[in-house]
Design a protein around this ligand. Structure first.
Ligand code: AMP
Length: 217
C-alpha cells in the first residue's frame, strides 16, 4: 500500500495520514515533520531548511528527495507507507518514481484532498500542534480536551511559526504554483483519487478507506 496524500496546507492531510496509517499499520512519512525535527536538532540540514520554511518557501528538491529516499528504504516501509507532504514539485514526483523503481515498487494511489481555498486560512491559523508527538489539533474543529494540552500524549500544543497568517498566504501561493500541477501529473498516470476534504474528520477518513478498499482487489 504505497500512498501519496496530496493537497494544500490546511486540507487535513496530516490528520488523515495519521488515522489511515494507524488503521493499516503502515508509517506516515511526513517531510514537514522530518524537516521540523532536523530544525529542532539544529543539524546542518535543519539549519539550511529553516530559512526556507520560515518564509513559506519550499526546501530545495535535492534535500527533501534525499531524506525521503533514506526513509522509504527502511524496513517499516516494506508493507507500504503514506507520503504526507511529498512530492510537492514535478521534479520530486519524478525522483520518487526513480526511488521506488529502485526498490521494485510504485505508487498505488494518490489521494487528492479537494477543498475550498477560502477556508484554508481559517483551518491553518487555528491549528495547534503538539511539541512532543506532532499531532495537530484545531481550536474550533478539533479542540483538545484541555486547553493547550495534546489529547494524544499530554504534550504542549503550540502554533507553528509558518502557520501565522502572512507566511500561510505565501505557502498557499507556493502550493498553487509548484504543487497543484501534480494533480494533472497523477491524473495522467491514472493514480489520482479525489476526496472531498471539507467534511468532518471521520467522514473524510471513511471516504479514503472506501477508495482504498474499492480499488484494492
Ligand atoms: P508541512 O508540514 O508539510 O506543511 O511542511 C512545512 C514546510 O516544510 C513547508 O512549507 C516547506 O518549507 C517544507 N517542506 C515540507 N515538505 C516539503 C517538500 N516535499 N518539498 C519542499 N519543502 C517541503
Amino acid at each position: 500500500m504505497d500512498l501519496v496524500f496530496l493537497g494544500p496546507p490546511g486540507a487535513g492531510k496530516g490528520t488523515q495520514a495519521n488515522l489511515i496509517a494507524k488503521r493499516y499499520g503502515i508509517p506516515q512519512v511526513s517531510t514537514g515533520e522530518m524537516l521540523r525535527a532536523a530544525v529542532k536538532a539544529q543539524t546542518p540540514m535543519g539549519v539550511l531548511a529553516k530559512q526556507y520554511m520560515d518564509s513559506g518557501a519550499l526546501v530545495p528538491d535535492e534535500v527533501v528527495v534525499g531524506i525521503v529516499g533514506e526513509r522509504l528504504a527502511l524496513d517499516d516501509c516494506r508493507a507500504g507507507f503514506i507520503l504526507d507532504g511529498f512530492p510537492r514539485t514535478v521534479a520530486q514526483a519524478d525522483a520518487l518514481k526513480g526511488i521506488l523503481g529502485g526498490l521494485g515498487r510504485s505508487i498505488r494511489h494518490v489521494i487528492s484532498f479537494e477543498v475550498d481555498a477560502n477556508l484554508l486560512l481559517e483551518r491553518i491559523t487555528g491549528r495547534r500542534v503538539c511539541r512532543l508527538c506532532g499531532r495537530a489539533h484545531h481550536l474550533v474543529f478539533d479542540p483538545p480536551r484541555e486547553v493547550g494540552v495534546c489529547d494524544e500524549c499530554g504534550g504542549e500544543l503550540y502554533q507553528r511559526d509558518d502557520d501565522q497568517a502572512e507566511t500561510m498566504r505565501r505557502r498557499l501561493d507556493v502550493y498553487d504554483e509548484q504543487t497543484a500541477p501534480l494533480k494533472r501529473y497523477y491524473l495522467e498516470e491514472q493514480l489520482l483519487r479525489r476526496v472531498d476534504a471539507l467534511g468532518q474528520i471521520g467522514d473524510v477518513q471513511q471516504s479514503i478507506v472506501s477508495i482504498l478498499e474499492s480499488l484494492q482487489g
